[in-house]
Design a protein around this ligand. Structure first.
Ligand SMILES: NC(=O)c1ccc[n+]([C@@H]2O[C@H](COP(=O)([O-])OP(=O)(O)OC[C@H]3O[C@@H](n4cnc5c(N)ncnc54)[C@H](O)[C@@H]3O)[C@@H](O)[C@H]2O)c1
Length: 371
């Protein structure tokens, strides 16, 4: 029997368990991704994200709620359509790695809109890396020059391999030019990606890494208004996939890069607060990715244009990723039912769940039946 269920005192019926949410732990997510294969997983997630961007008006959307502290941020990201609700809890603490914790940790929930019943409780740390990479690649498929083969990857931490492989599988990137201020992070990335058919070129600076790159991915973590990419590093036709500037006071692109580019965002109200465009005037022109995907507005206008995807991560991507993981988990029998909602014969008798425990325990303790 399920170990979570066993830990509870009350005998639980099969019918009751069937109503409980599926729990997908971090090891379960690893099992699932391994079983599906990375390529299938990233492609499936990108397909779900595209499909959900294409029905943008169906969603009840809001900018995420962020609680800031000196070292980082904790955010809640809710979204729903007519049938399904999701939220993600996620943090961003760039100093965490120095004490052995990831910069980004997350978990999330899917729930049934009609009843409010949670249907999935899931890890989202691994899933966030996958959905972020899938979203980046989806945006680049739409915005980068179609013959892009070389990508500079600045910031070689937890997200970096996911970005690299998503761009290899979904865009045909064959060469990566790598830079991180921490050479050990780059060495880790090289070790993880060797033997996967990518040409890996380790560089000694961002300026060196971006030379000859068709696409520049910045995925650094620093709670600072950084200028990883400056306008003098730009070449005609470059696409910049800016992932790490995702919080007030945390940017990666110099303002003159944004001035020279056509800028694309996920959800404008959120990106104006959190994205690299936070340093631009409130009316700085942007195009939302869904508009380009749906053909409502133009993407890249010509081959020489600089395009920027100012990514901050939007709840719709987690909604799509959670649904992907949920469906895959059910198909592959991964995860277990989590006894989250009290079992009640009479749903108005919540207090009765306490009475039932008391009936079993009291006689043993006091010799008195509590009925
Ligand atoms: N846009 C999104 O949807 C999204 C999703 C997930 C994470 N993120 C952001 O992506 C960033 C990276 O996340 P992670 O989990 O890989 O973090 P991480 O801490 O594991 O890795 C970040 C790397 O950036 C490097 N770095 C810092 N400053 C640098 C600089 N000036 N030049 C080059 N390298 C530098 C660090 O040495 C580190 O290796 C974070 O800022 C995170 O908030 C964004």
């Amino acid at each position: 029997m399920n170990r979570l269920i066993k830990a509870l005192h009350s005998p639980l019926t099969t019918a009751f368990l069937a109503t409980q949410p599926l729990y997908l732990s971090a090891p379960d997510a690893v099992t699932l991704v391994r079983r599906l294969g990375f390529q299938k997983c990233i492609a499936g997630m990108a397909q779900n994200i595209r499909a959900d961007f294409l029905r943008w008006p169906d969603f009840d959307k809001s900018a995420r709620v962020a609680n800031h502290s000196q070292g980082g941020v904790i955010e809640l990201m809710p979204i729903s359509d007519d049938t399904t609700y999701s939220f993600k809890y996620v943090n961003g603490h760039p100093q965490n790695t120095a004490i052995g914790l990831p910069t980004v940790m997350a978990f999330g929930v899917l729930a049934d809109v009609a009843t409010g019943l949670p249907t999935l409780v899931s890890e989202l740390t691994l899933t966030t890396a996958l959905r972020t990479a899938a979203t980046s690649a989806l945006a680049a498929q739409t915005l980068a020059r179609p013959n892009s083969r070389v990508m500079a990857l600045i910031g070689n931490g937890a997200q970096s391999e996911f970005q690299a492989l998503a761009f290899q599988h979904l865009l045909g990137i064959d060469t990566l030019r790598l830079f991180d201020i921490d050479p050990l992070a780059t060495a880790k990335l090289v070790a993880n990606l060797s033997g996967r058919g990518l040409k890996l070129q380790v560089c000694t600076s961002t300026a060196e890494a971006v030379q000859g790159a068709d696409i520049v991915t910045t995925v650094t973590a620093d709670k600072a208004c950084a200028t990883i990419v400056t306008a003098d590093l730009l070449a005609p036709g470059m696409h910049i996939n800016a992932v790490g500037g995702d919080c007030p006071g945390k940017t990666e692109l110099a303002a003159d890069v944004l001035d020279k580019a056509k800028v694309f965002v996920e959800f404008t109200p959120q990106t104006r607060i959190e994205g690299d465009i936070q340093q631009m005037p409130a009316d700085f022109a942007v195009t939302e990715l869904w508009e380009v995907l749906s053909g409502t507005r133009a993407g890249r206008d010509h081959d020489d244009q600089i395009t920027v995807f100012d990514s901050v991560g939007f709840a719709l991507e987690d909604f799509a990723a959670l649904r992907f993981m949920h469906e895959a988990a059910l198909v592959h029998g991964v995860g277990e039912r989590l006894a989250l909602i009290p079992q009640m014969a009479d749903p108005k008798n919540l207090f009765g769940t306490l009475q039932a425990s008391a009936r079993r325990i009291e006689p043993a303790l006091n010799g008195v039946s509590c009925t």
